[in-house]
Structures are given as C-alpha cells and as structure tokens.
Design a protein around this ligand. Structure first.
Ligand code: ZN
Length: 193
C-alpha cells in the first residue's frame, strides 16, 4: 500500500477513506456500548495500525478524553479478533511508567499478561506475527469487568468474536517511550493503548 495518511503528523498506511470508514465503524461499537462522543472527539478519533498494514488483525481505534501529567482516559475500540500488540510501558526519567486499568464496556476482551500461561487461550493470533506474543496469562473481561496493570509489565489484548469497547484509565501516557515485542513497530510513530 503506497498511500500514506498522516493525521497529526503520524505515519499511517491508511488512506483517508480507510481512516474515515474505520472511525465510522468504531463509533458504531461505541454506540452499542451506549457511549456518546462529541463532534470534536469524533474529529480527533485515532486509528492505530502500527505501520504494519494489517489493521484487520493488528490495530485499534481510540478516543482520548484526557492525557495530562497525572492522568489519562481513553475509549479503545477493538473489532472482532483485532489485537493491540504486545508492549510495555517502561520508566521514563523519574516517572515509574504508565499504570493502566482496563474496563470492558461492550463485547469481550482477552487480555494477556506475563505469568503462568493459560491453557487453550481464546485469542486468534495475527498471521505471521505469532512469535511476537509471549505473555500468555489470559484475563477475560466482559462488560463491567476490569483489570489493573502495573507499569513495565508485558501485555497485549484482543477483542472477542463481537469485538470490544474498553475504557482505559491510566497515569500519564507517553506513547513514544513504549516498548514493543515486534521490532517492526516503531513506538515513536504510533499510538496505542
Ligand atoms: Zn499498554
């Protein structure tokens, strides 16, 4: 795919039309969760595809409500079996790194963290990217369930068969410092959860 669409200066392999369609689809998921966004938030919706060009299996859509020096809140939209790739939020200077709480609002999300591997995990791995998923302790979140992740711990997550809407509450988000297992992902250019 040659076309590159840069929203707010970010590299993306999405065309403007793909971006628009993805945002519209993501908003339908928000509606299913009963979540209303403003026109301004709609204009600022983000689609992370991590420069991989495989949005259907690796990527997510985001609405960022707030990201200050002390706190951050977002909605994350995952289409069916769409995956936020494995990453961690390391310490930066005097900051211990981002702590995150994920709360499922719609559908189901399979969250994977370091620890004892769950037998027969539910996630469907993105084709060709299997080696870049190493955390296999599965936490299944349905609407109303939530989980808090400590800073600097490996994690990744995937929407269930009906997709998912997940609210994220966290400390400060410093996307450009995040570390990904897949070396093809350059954190400096991408947005994530
Ligand atoms: Zn994260």
């Amino acid at each position: 795919m040659d076309a590159k669409y840069s929203k707010k200066g970010e590299l993306s392999l999405l065309t403007p039309e793909e971006y628009r369609q993805t945002c519209a689809k993501a908003e339908r998921y928000l509606n299913r969760a009963g979540i209303v966004i403003t026109d301004a938030e709609r204009q600022e919706m983000q689609v992370a595809e991590y420069g991989l060009g495989m949005l259907e299996s690796i990527g997510l859509s985001l609405v960022v409500y707030v990201n200050t020096d002390r706190c951050c809140a977002k909605e994350l939209i995952l289409f069916p079996h769409q995956t936020c790739p494995e990453h961690k939020h390391p310490p930066v200077g005097g900051y211990v790194g981002k702590e995150e709480t994920f709360r499922c609002r719609y559908g189901k999300v399979y969250l994977y963290v370091s620890g004892d591997a769950t037998p027969n995990p539910a996630a469907v791995l993105p084709p060709g990217k299997e080696e870049f998923f190493t955390a296999w302790r599965q936490i299944e979140l349905s609407p109303g369930d939530q989980y808090t992740l400590q800073p600097n711990t490996w994690h990744w997550f995937q929407g269930g068969p009906e997709g998912a809407v997940v609210s994220e509450f966290s400390t400060k988000s410093l996307d450009e410092h995040d570390i990904y297992t897949d070396p093809a992902i350059d954190a400096g250019l991408k947005r994530r959860a």
